[in-house]
Ligand binder design. Sequence first.
Ligand code: PMP
Length: 462
Amino acid sequence: MSIIPPNSADRRDVLFHLHSQTNPRLHARRGPLVMTRGEGIHVFDSQGKRYLEAMAGLWCTSLGFSEARLKRAAAEAYDRLGFYHTFSHKTPAVTIDLAEKLVALSPIPEAQAYFATSGSEATETMVKMAWIYHAARGETRRRKIIARDRGFHGSTIVAASMCGLPRMHREFGLPLPGFLHTLCPDPYRGPLPGEDMPRFVARLAAALEAMILEEGPDTIAAFIAEPINAAGGVIVPPEGYFPAIEAVLRRHGILVLADEVVCGFGRTGNMWGSQTVGMTPDMMAMAKGISSSYFPISAVLLGRPIQEAMAEMNKDGEIFGHGFTNSGHPVGAAIALETLRIYEEMDVVPHVRAMGERLRAGLRSIAGRSRIVGDVRGAGLMFAVELVADPATRAGFEPVGRIGARFDAEALNNGLIIRPMGDAIALCPPLIIDAGGVDELLERFDLSLRKVEAEAALETTA
Ligand code: PMP
């Protein structure tokens, strides 16, 4: 039974609009939460209620929801040139500026930038480039991609195949053949009883190598990973994980692809998530923070060996047969350039570290008073707080996801937008958050947790 009034915006949404990552029947009953306005780290719904947006939308609006400089950059770009493309030797001038800027920021030496419009397109583009790389070297059998359990790389068919989350596969008969998944380096749930972190890391590297040997190293093109898994639960890998994994991959000639779509541009307390976790990729995909999501733009940075392979593959005058209409869009490029300028001016990395430490300390102190927080984890300004029935044994609530959904509803009540991932509560506020914003976030988080915890206690005594 629907509680939605007829002819309202809510009703029209239910009738005409299919939502991403939403249960259709539940949506038809509940209707949408309509957002109408943003102000810094806050957004307002159609009833005028104000929320602290502690997820930066979808891990993306690093500069908050009302950055006037981005609006101006867009307006000026539209005044100059509403559209141009990058096919057949052409380009908008501003796209060259953005490419140069990204290469200057790149940890990959002598990189080039390739532009697309979404994170999914960027991760898929890396797969095609990895195939070119091996084909140019005569290794045309190297087609398989190794990704990881609980990884997220996008929603198009190959990107979804690389996801290690069952909800991205279930309805679609994915993953495609040749897309494999190795273990997730989850320090909280991964280690066996009595296994210390160095042994855990060694076991993960050994499992990866066993998979490679079983499949045949000469059939594997690349390995893809988020430096820190975002949607999979904010998993910060244990010390030494990426160096151990990369040693295995290099031994077998497998390319390393970093998915920096969430982690890039300061989010983890360094410019790149790769730097936070000691990853040295051959290519990296970025989106979201590149424009604070004020425009759909993404990019791939590719190293010299990949560039040379592409030249070799097309040495008889063929063209690189890939490209999106809106690759390198001049308005997106102008917004991204201005976004990067703002990061520089605000000195984003030290700011994120300072605010991240304040948030971590606050969450730890809340956790210390709570009987249902099992884990507080994260880096920079990206955290998860995992709610469990028994922190001592790490036993979770049953069924998984119920208490997370309760927390989500309670947080909304309290004007706080978080994201439940099962029973782990993700926090990924805009990077412009200041000390007052962090304190407000903590206060609303604490209020929501107390309510949910009191209810959980009632249930267990009932
Ligand atoms: N990679 C990661 C790590 C992501 O979190 C996402 C989106 N949440 C993507 C890729 C896909 O980006 P998009 O939705 O822009 O295609």
